[in-house]
Design a protein around this ligand. Structure first.
Ligand SMILES: [Zn+2]
Length: 286
């Protein structure tokens, strides 16, 4: 079934025969929304009574494979969505769909419609043709061209992020680099011979926001250790960077890092903070 509650509202409207011809959806996670939207589109079109993951009908299979001709997704071509992309869409939708009930278009990053492509778009949503549905997706409704915005039914679909890359807004590769850095850093933090720990960090990263990202990951490591010791679900990848089995120690460390993260946001000197972290971590060992 359509898993997302807000999208479920659209499905209910469809069942009531009150589907709008254009929706503007603001979201904090375009990838998740695209997945959920696909489920909704299957539910709107599936000739079977769509239940869960219909995979036997031809139509749902075509949607799964992104091969349904009457479902067109437009993403920015470079910095903007070009007028030609909209013109091509219009031509594709001049004919009624063969497999599905609706011709459906999805405009990803609708904030990237420029004046001329938005203009080309207007005819579509101003004089809606029966059987065409549009989904305009954006991470910020406020920057959508008003003529588009005012002609769409608008909703917000928010996802709670449990993905560390999304939370930290870094790439997989950056994350891997942080992991390596932190692994070395934490393994040596208690050894008195590792006196240049601050230099070690600053030779790899020096921007305040990078130091902040590092401490956020270190926070997650000790938090996941805490969860593991509580027999709760945990992220193994983070545990593998550093293990701490004493949970009262984990709590103390989480407090230390929380304070460090606060100080970072108050513009406290970075070298001072790195020293402070090492000193307080060593103090925990008595
Ligand atoms: Zn189906």
């Amino acid at each position: 079934m359509v898993a997302n509650n807000n999208l479920l509202e659209i499905y209910k409207k469809y069942r009531e025969g009150r589907l709008a011809h254009a929706y503007l959806i603001e979201t904090n996670n375009l990838t998740n929304l695209m997945e959920d939207l696909k489920e909704l589109i299957k539910a709107l079109n599936c000739p079977e009574e769509y239940q869960t993951e219909c995979s036997h009908c031809n139509l749902c299979n075509l949607i799964n494979k992104n091969n349904l001709p009457s479902l067109i997704t437009i993403a920015p071509d470079g910095a903007t969505i070009k007028k030609q992309q909209i013109e091509d869409l219009k031509i594709s939708f001049e004919t009624k769909p063969i497999y599905s009930k609706y011709n459906i278009y999805i405009i990803k990053n609708a904030e990237k419609l420029n004046a001329s492509s938005a203009n080309a778009m207007l005819k579509f949503i101003e004089e809606p043709t029966d059987g065409i549905i549009g989904f305009f997706l954006t991470n910020n409704k406020d920057v959508i061209i008003p003529t588009i915005k005012s002609r769409c039914q608008s909703l917000v679909v928010t996802y709670e992020s449990n993905n560390i890359l999304e939370k930290l807004n870094i790439t997989e590769e950056e994350y891997k680099n942080y992991q390596l850095l932190i692994k070395v850093y934490l393994s040596k933090i208690n050894s008195s011979s590792f006196i240049s720990n601050k230099d070690f960090i600053l030779s790899k990263i020096s921007e305040r926001k990078d130091i902040e990202t590092m401490f956020k990951i270190i926070f997650e490591i000790f938090y996941q250790n805490f969860l593991k010791n509580q027999n709760k679900e945990y992220n193994e990848e983070l545990i593998n960077i550093y293990q701490e089995e004493n949970n009262s120690k984990n709590i103390k460390i989480l407090n230390i890092i929380t304070k460090i993260l606060q100080d970072l946001s108050y513009n406290v000197n970075i070298e001072l903070l790195l020293d402070k972290f090492v000193i307080e971590m060593r103090n925990l060992n008595g």
